[in-house]
Design a protein around this ligand. Structure first.
Ligand code: GUN
Length: 291
């Protein structure tokens, strides 16, 4: 069993970006600039956004964090997006999800200029991806494709089983894995909470992408010998032995599944860092396209 080390792969991408940003600066060009909007005080969202901002600093990007209270009016968020859309210095806009219940995700996402939609959630961006056109690909599935590429995982003709059908991970993942590309060219089965015989389908998988959001659900009897397992899950569980008071676990029962795999992502240190690297890549691409 070998580890798909997302931390190392993400570092390699960040090192490349750092060099390219330094080169842009020598040429007198502006820095890539990511603007993030965070509404409310969701602990996990706070952590993710802080990591995104820190990663921007690491590679020499500019970042702006705009915070709103939980009870902010939707119109204020929309006004802020409009401002960022019209700001020529801003290359990428992301609104951290989930939003409070009184604000529609859809309305907010649709307000982002597709040319700055580095999260790849706008319907125009998602439509382009469906067509296989060059566009911003959502960060988590994009990061997973970069990870497969980094470790030269063979995907051509393989059976990939994606568990989860969210717009953020499962659906775009299924499209990317079935693209006529490398990595890609898989036969893809997409499973979800209403799938019958999930165990049996998983046992037929050469590649499993677990993005169901239920901790340690994928167990050894669901995985065939030699499979590649990608774990998108990150759930915080209380752990008094940790300084933070919690530890992170994935959707895969790592201890029992790992010995059966050819490759597996750890949690943490697998998909998480790759998601951030992919977001940086999208922001860089946006900046380069505009300048
Ligand atoms: N919430 C969970 N994943 C994501 C992501 O990739 N982008 C944003 N904006 N919010 C998220």
């Amino acid at each position: 069993m070998q580890i798909l080390d997302g931390k190392a792969a993400a570092q390699a991408i960040k090192n490349e970006l750092k060099i390219e940003v330094a080169q842009m600066s020598i040429e007198g060009k502006k820095k890539p600039h990511l603007a993030a909007i965070l509404v409310g005080k969701n602990g996990a969202s706070e952590t993710y956004v802080a990591r995104k901002v820190k990663a921007c600093e690491e590679v020499g990007f500019k970042s702006t964090l705009i915070r709103f209270e939980e009870d902010i009016y939707k119109i204020r968020v929309l006004e802020e997006i409009e401002k960022l859309n019209n700001d020529p210095d801003v290359d990428g806009i992301l609104v951290q999800l989930p939003l409070p219940k009184h604000i529609s995700n859809e309305e907010v996402i649709n307000a982002i200029d597709p040319d700055k939609d580095v999260d790849g959630f706008h319907p125009i961006t998602a439509g382009k991806m469906m067509q296989g056109a060059a566009t911003f690909v959502p960060a988590t599935p994009c990061g997973i494709m970069l990870l497969l590429d980094h470790f030269k995982i063979q995907t051509d003709g393989k059976h990939a089983v994606v568990i989860g059908r969210s717009n953020i991970v499962g659906r775009p993942m299924s499209i990317l894995l079935s693209n006529n590309s490398n990595p890609g060219n898989c036969t893809v089965t997409i499973c979800h909470s209403h799938t019958k015989n999930l165990n049996e389908i998983c046992r037929q998988a050469d590649i499993i992408v677990a993005a169901l959001g239920k901790p340690e659900t994928i167990t050894a009897e669901m995985v065939k010998e030699g499979a590649v397992v990608i774990d998108v899950g990150i759930t915080r569980i209380t752990d008094a032995s940790k300084k933070s008071g919690f530890r992170l676990i994935g959707d895969v029962h790592y201890e029992t599944v790992a010995p059966k795999c050819s490759w597996i992502t750890p949690v943490p240190g697998g998909v998480g860092p790759m998601t951030i690297a992919a977001l940086l890549k999208n922001t860089f691409l946006s900046c380069k396209m505009k300048n």
